[in-house]
Write a protein that binds this ligand. Structure first.
Ligand code: TRP
Length: 340
């Protein structure tokens, strides 16, 4: 991908627990990509999608706490707010004006097909309830708000997980509909980028790492808590000396996702030959995780303790974001309303 002078944008929803799976699969790659984009003269735009979260998070204290934790997490992991544009979605009113305009170019059928809405409908039907039971318009319109996030800044690329690709495709279609309507390029057509071999870290029980499964290794917590989570990784009862295929072993998959290549190789060989016990490997893994994360955790605690500074950074970020958004929105408004 050529990122020369490109606008690359991505959003994250505040969800409460950030785990090492998020760190390996999303946070680290986002920060690395951001550095590359900036070094190549582009903009890297990264925001906390708090208005998207209202959909499932209606407790204001939690909203505030989750947003806060997420901001401090990204900063602690190395996001540089002076170089990247880092803000809270709700601080940029242009996005919501854009949302209203975009609804008029969005076929309703697109929303019926969006997977989050469809999944909610399927669940209702499976339970024998009315199709739309408990579904609010925030969920239904979710992809339009996301399209506004993307299109308001003239984004070229949108790095997302595979589950979000459909939303970026819908965004491109909506932008295409606007451009077709006025016979010119009013909005830039964005493209999703996914990491092909994104390191997928399974949870401690082998299922997807997720708070709802209670199988996470937390990103920022005391070393003892992290160690305990690592110790709880499910293992089998094969003899310690039996040669094993590392690919079959959950502990190895998690270690491979997190650890440096030399350590991965050491564990791999130990398993293949036999003789390296699961307890030893768990200890190696816990040491590797805490060694990498301890300095970041310290920064995280410091940001959390001085949150007023973080708040200030987010507000500054929103100013930069609005400066990027304004001309795009003005041009769109002028086109739609024939303003001179
Ligand atoms: N929907 C994304 C998610 O659930 C978060 C998000 C909101 C986003 N707006 C965005 C991602 C714009 C990329 C671009 O993860």
């Amino acid at each position: 991908m050529d990122v020369q002078n490109k606008i690359v944008l991505t959003g994250v929803k505040p969800t409460g627990t950030v785990h090492i799976g998020n760190y390996v699969g999303a946070i680290k790659p986002a920060i690395a990509l951001g550095r590359e984009v900036i070094a190549n003269g582009g903009h890297y735009v990264m925001f906390i999608a708090d208005y998207h979260a209202v959909n499932y998070l209606k407790n204001p204290e939690e909203m505030q706490l989750f947003t806060r934790k997420l901001a401090c997490t990204y900063l602690a992991c190395g996001l540089d707010p002076n170089q990247m544009i880092f803000y809270r979605q709700s601080d940029v009113p242009e996005v919501f004006e854009m949302t209203t305009l975009l609804t008029n170019f969005t076929p309703k059928g697109f929303m019926n097909k969006a997977h989050a809405y469809k999944a909610a409908v399927d669940k209702n039907i499976a339970k024998g309830e009315p199709a739309d039971a408990g579904i609010n318009m925030g969920l239904y319109n979710y992809p339009i708000l996301m399209a506004a996030d993307i299109l308001t800044y003239g984004s070229d690329y949108v790095p997302v997980g595979k589950d979000q690709v459909q939303h970026v495709e819908i965004t491109a279609d909506i932008a295409g509909a606007v451009n077709a309507c006025y016979g010119k390029q009013v909005l830039k057509i964005p493209q999703a980028i996914t990491q092909e071999n994104a390191a997928l870290l399974p949870g401690t029980d082998g299922r997807k790492m997720s708070k709802s499964y209670n199988n996470v290794i937390p990103l920022f917590d005391d070393a003892e808590v992290i160690r305990k989570a690592v110790m709880s990784i499910k293992t089998d009862s094969q003899d310690i000396n039996a040669p094993k295929n590392p690919e079959d072993i959950l502990l190895f998959q998690i270690a491979r996702g997190f650890c440096q290549p030399e350590l991965v190789k050491e564990i791999e060989e130990g398993l293949r030959k036999g003789g390296m016990g699961y307890g030893t490997i768990k200890k190696m893994l816990a040491d590797a995780i805490t060694a990498e994360l301890a300095p970041l955790y310290e920064k995280y605690v410091d940001y959390m303790a001085h949150y007023d500074k973080v708040e200030e950074m987010l507000r500054e970020g929103a100013k930069k974001a609005r400066a990027l958004a304004r001309p795009v929105l003005d041009n769109f408004r002028a086109t739609v309303l024939n303003l001179k």
